[in-house]
Structure formats: C-alpha cells, structure tokens
Design a protein. Structure first.
Length: 202
C-alpha cells in the first residue's frame, strides 16, 4: 500500500466514524465567525498564520451553546489538522494547529496554512482570510448535553441545548459560520487582543 493509499484509507475511516457519531446524535458541526481573527503578518517565505475563534459560548442558529470550559482537546492536539468545510480528504487538509487558547470568551485556534500553492482549496482559504471573512467550525462528540437550567436560560434566553462536556475532533475553515453573534466584533490586523486566562501551548 502506498502512502497516498494509506492516507486515503485513514481519512475514509475517520469520516465513517464521524458519520456514525453524527447519525447517533453525538457528533456536531458548529461554526463561528472569525471574531478576534486575523492574518498574522509573516515574511513571504513563512507559512500564512490564521488566528480565529473556533467556538464561543453564545447561542448559534440551531439554539445550541457550547461551553468552552467543557472541552477535551486531546485528539485534536494529536492530529493537529484543520480541514475545509469538514471534508476529510488529503486535499482538504490545508492547515496545521500551532496554539490553542481557552478562556471564558471561547476557544481560539492559531494555525498555519500548509505551504502548497498548487492546492486551490488552500489558496481560497488564504484569500478569504486576507479579505477578513474566514470563519472556523468545530466537529465534536457531545459528552454531556442537556436543555438549559433555569439560570442558564436567563443567561442564554434562546438556547435549547447546552453542551457542557465535549470532545473536540476537528476544526475546519468555513466561509459560512453558524454562530451569528460572533460576526460583528472582527478584530482588524494589528489590533490589541485581551490576554487569555488559560493558554494551551502545543
């Protein structure tokens, strides 16, 4: 078996597992806009860096809230790959995780685009990011999710489900984020970003 055949088989198995989890109601794909996200200035010979929220504790279009503190990122920290629109094939694997920041405002993912100028998917993600409208989306396995409590309903009036514990499987770049509350606070390149309470350096 060639390396390309092995990689294709591995991605196919991952995609099948994600599909089974999705059908069982345990796998979710949630998108958030690039609030606080920007292209990090880099020399021409360095990979393009992108910093953006992957999720925030706000009500998305499906009425769900994903609490950042409930994250288990062990699998994602090992795989380190960012995809395009949850497509699990080699051409859609266009980014690599550098750092991840978790605090009460959300989960920030800092990544670099793989240096492959012949990949049109990779190039389109870079073009969208430079235009200021790239988003990120999480694929995760729900571990503890229930309707909101009375206190949570006050904090999130439109919420129908609160994800308290969840296992992050992957992060994808996307041009159509689901979390609309994130769209208005885009941080321009060079703007100051408040320091996080917890930083995971990978």
């Amino acid at each position: 078996m060639t390396m390309n055949e092995f990689a294709a088989l591995a991605f196919d198995r991952l995609a099948r597992k994600h599909y089974r989890l999705f059908k069982s109601g345990r796998l979710f794909m949630k998108s958030t806009a690039d609030v606080g996200g920007y292209i990090v200035p880099t020399p021409a010979d360095k990979p393009t860096q992108i910093r953006a929220y992957a999720t925030r504790p706000t009500v998305d279009l499906e009425g769900d809230v994903v609490l950042p503190r409930g994250i288990n990122a062990e699998y994602f920290k090992q795989n380190r790959t960012l995809f395009v629109d949850h497509e699990y094939n080699a051409m859609s694997a266009v980014g690599k995780l550098r750092n991840m920041i978790v605090d009460t405002s959300g989960v920030i993912v800092e990544s670099v685009l793989i240096q492959n100028p012949d990949n049109p998917l990779r190039n389109q993600i870079e073009a969208l990011a430079r235009a200021g409208n790239i988003g990120q989306s999480i694929g995760f396995e729900a571990v503890d999710y229930r309707p909101p409590t009375a206190d949570e309903q006050k904090a999130f009036p439109d919420a129908r489900m609160i994800h308290r514990q969840w296992r992050l499987l992957e992060v994808s770049y996307t041009a159509m984020p689901m979390n609309g509350a994130c769209q208005s606070d885009f941080t321009p390149q060079g703007a100051d970003v408040a320091p996080p309470k917890t930083m995971i350096i990978i």
